[in-house]
Design a protein around this ligand. Sequence first.
Ligand SMILES: [Zn+2]
Length: 216
Amino acid sequence: MHTETERNRLITIAKRFSEKQWMLGTSGNLSLKLQADPFEMLITASGPDKGQLQAEHILRVGLGAEVLETSAYKSSAETLLHEAIYKAFPSVSAVFHVHTLAATLLSTQQDTHSLTFSGLEMLKGLGQNTHECQVNVPILPNTQDIKSLANVLASQLLASTPGFILAGHGLYAWGESVEAATRHIEIFEFLFQLRLAELSLHAEVSIATGRACVRK
Ligand SMILES: [Zn+2]
């Protein structure tokens, strides 16, 4: 199968996300589905700097994270989560995973199983028809037992939200095209940064109010 174009697409996106500091320290992984039956996808290899990927760093992988070509590189354990997402949503053709500061911070500071956003124009970028909607982003507990998580992942996801956060770890997002998955990662990250800014603003207001009370 000729996959040079697809490999280059993943390399370009990895570079773009790396420049935004979303794939630091070789973290994260990006995949796109080549075919559903038998299942095959391309996914970034574990190890190389995501900002400097070459074609050899993009692996052709089948069911169970089996690498389908001779390679010096391995696919990451998280490859099984990509596969689980493609299985859960057959129309999805790209799955992206990044370790962003905002997703990591929000998922560890808030004692909640999801982040909720409403009334924002940017929510339309996640497939909503209007800003007058509510989007819940699931936060799942992080684990090193990726195989077990992959087995139950489908039951934890929302058909209406193309993404989730692994607590203290990072963001997964997907789409029916590479462009849609890219857009979803960027929109989620905007929402998370917005939430951090809101929390910071509220903290400043409460400190200022506290000072005002003391002055009285
Ligand atoms: Zn990760």
